[in-house]
Every structure is written in C-alpha cells, then in structure tokens.
Design a protein around this ligand. Structure first.
Ligand code: F6P
Length: 319
C-alpha cells in the first residue's frame, strides 16, 4: 500500500481545501494511506504528520484558507532544515509528497526532489506568478474579490464624484491588478513589471472629467514602481481634485473559492494521485484553462512568467 502526504505552504489561496479534499479522497479510494502535514514545510521539519480519513475533508470544498494550515518557513531554506524534513519523510515511510503552494513552495519541492524524494506539485497562489502554467488555484477568486470591491467603490465614487486608487496584492506580479482592472473597467492599472507613466494616467482622468466622468478607478499592484501614497499625491496635484485610496490587503486571500478554482484544484489534486499511483516522476501540475498540463518539476521553476503588458493599454483604451 502506497503512503502519500499532502501539505500546503506559503500564502494561503482559496481552493487549497478543494485540492486537499481531492487528494485525500482519491488517494484513500485508490487504496493509499494519506497523511496530512500541518503548516507546510515547517510541519515536515517538526514531524507534524497525521493520518487523514474521508471525514477529515468533509465540508471544506467551499471554504477559503487551508485546513492543514500553512507557513512561510525560513528553516526550509537551509540544508539543515531540508535534511531534517527528508529524515522525517523517510521515518514515516512516505512514498511521495503532494506540495500545494506558490513559487517558494515550488523551490522547496525542487530541493526535496534533488534529495531523491518524489514530489507532485500543485500551483496555488493568488498572485498567479508561476511561469510554467497559465492559472494557479486562488487567482480567479482573488480577481473576483477585487472586482466586487471595485463595483462598490465605483458606486460611491460615482455618487460623490471621486477618483479612487485601489491597491491590490502582487509584489512581483501584476496579474491580479491587470485582470481585475480589465474586468472591473478601471481607467488605468499599475504593475511591477512595467514602468508607470503617471502623466498619461493624469491625462486619462482629466479626459474623463472633461466629459463629466468624475469617478475614475486606478488599480495599483503593491509592487508597482510608485507607492500608493506618492501616486495619490501626484494624481491629486495633477487633476486638482481630492482622491480616495483603498488598500484591499488580506481580504484578497480569503473567501469562498469560485467554481473555477474549486474545479481546477479538484482536477489537479486528483491528477497528483494518479501520477503517484502510476509511479511517475516528480511533476509540476498545471492548468491551461480547460485541462490539466504536466511539466517536469526539475525544469518548472526555470520557466519565466510572462505578463500580458499589452493589456495595460487596452484597459486605458476602453476606459
Ligand atoms: O501569497 C501571495 C501574497 O498574498 C502576495 O500577493 C503578497 O505580496 C504576499 O503574499 C504577502 O505575504 P505575507 O502575508 O507573508 O506578508
């Protein structure tokens, strides 16, 4: 009987629970023993390994967060930490690890693979910053959360004739800002990957004001090259009107996952179990919008993430 384990690591993302559910139930029903690791790689180092049953993952498909808990683990970036984790994996006689998380989790998975551990990786991060796959679990929910917030901000902005800057997550990747800007009908978007053109944004807002549109919405990713405070001041000065600021923060990481995130998580979780049952090598599992995709885990981290910078222009054209 195969013994497998599942962990969630790094920032939580809505849909992680659906992936844990799929792995646990498909694993058990395929005749495997499934273990859950608490707090990601930290739990692997500390030996926080517990046997899962079918009921443990009941009533979680619709919940954000992760029932296994998660952590950002500095110790796992050291040889000593990784060696301790490998020791625990071998002590528990685990045949394979299913790691669910973002780029830090993928790097950690690669270290385990280098030490001979079989790892199946499932991408889950609201940032959508993994180059080897089009979508990561949680991204769609986060974008919908931002769009819902933008809808409300648009209404009050319209009533009070106010321009609003919305700061969204994304230290290195502008995908949340771009896709929520497009879906939310923003007037401009600022992302970390592209130098911001503040004069152009001010002209755009002024053009709106000249046709009685006084509630422009600007979406700024947290990693953009100008801070929210500076941007607010520059726009205030530029348009000669007051500007409001909303920082959405952690509410983007919570919430019930969308159907897309749940289904992606379910398909990828189930694929991870299939790969293990067929003794396949370590794989980075992905999703292309319709179906699951597979990439050798050893090369997945080297595939550059490409941002749709052309959409910045489209957002402004349509505003
Ligand atoms: O998980 C991704 C993310 O939400 C990023 O968008 C954000 O920059 C970061 O995590 C915040 O991380 P922490 O909660 O550790 O400060």
């Amino acid at each position: 009987m195969k013994r497998i384990c599942v962990l969630t690591s790094g920032g939580d993302a809505p849909g992680m629970n659906a992936a844990i559910r799929a792995v646990t139930r498909k694993g058990i029903r395929t005749g495997m023993e499934v273990y859950g690791i608490g707090h990601g790689y930290k739990g692997l180092i500390e030996g926080d390994i517990r046997l899962m049953n079918i009921a443990h993952v009941g009533d979680i498909i619709h919940r954000g967060g992760t029932v296994l808990k998660t952590a950002r683990c500095e110790e796992f970036k050291t040889d000593k930490g990784i060696d301790k984790a490998v020791e625990n994996i071998n002590k528990a006689k685990l045949d394979s690890i299913i790691a669910i998380g973002g780029d830090g989790t993928l790097k950690g998975a690669l270290e385990l693979v280098k030490r001979g551990i079989n790892v199946q990786f499932i991408p889950a991060t609201i940032d959508n910053d993994l180059g080897y796959c089009a979508y990561s679990i949680g991204f769609d929910t986060a974008v919908n959360t931002v769009v819902n917030a933008a809808n409300g901000i648009r209404e009050t902005g319209m009533s009070h004739d106010k321009t609003t800057i919305i700061e969204v997550m994304g230290r290195n990747c502008g995908d949340i800002a771009l896709m929520s800007g497009l879906a939310g009908g923003a007037d401009a978007v600022l992302i970390p990957e592209v130098k911001s053109d503040i004069a152009k944004i001010i002209d755009k807002i002024k053009e709106g004001i000249s046709r009685q549109k006084k509630n422009s919405i600007i979406i700024r990713a947290e990693g953009a090259d100008i801070s929210t405070e500076e941007l607010t001041e520059e726009i205030k000065m530029g348009i000669g009107e007051d500007v409001r600021t909303v920082i959405l923060g952690y509410l983007q990481r919570g919430g019930s996952p969308t159907a897309l995130d749940r289904n992606m998580a379910t398909l990828m979780g189930s694929e991870a179990v299939r790969l293990i049952s067929e003794d396949k090598p370590s794989t980075a599992i992905g999703f292309d919008g319709q179906k699951v995709t597979l990439v050798d885990l050893k090369i997945a981290d080297n595939i550059e993430n490409k941002v749709r910078a052309d959409l910045l222009e489209l957002v402004m054209t349509l505003a």
